[in-house]
Design a binder for this molecule. Structure first.
Ligand SMILES: [Zn+2]
Length: 62
């Protein structure tokens, strides 16, 4: 394979993986991903849980 083509594919792969990671980070930072913080112990949890998995306190429903 032409080394220039191989380099181009490598750059494309890095850009694609980086873009996916970056968009995931931004979604978490903008609050689009449901990450909730437990009011009792302050640790991050998910709204999918009815109770905090760390301390067992009930999670507020939105
Ligand atoms: Zn908790």
């Amino acid at each position: 394979m032409d080394p220039i083509v191989r380099d181009a594919l490598e750059v494309l792969l890095v850009v694609a993986v980086g873009g996916i990671l970056w968009s995931a980070v931004w979604r978490v930072r903008r609050g689009e991903v449901t990450v909730a913080r437990c009011a009792a112990c302050g640790r991050t949890s998910s709204r999918a849980y009815e109770a905090c998995p760390h301390c067992g306190a009930s999670m507020p429903n939105r």
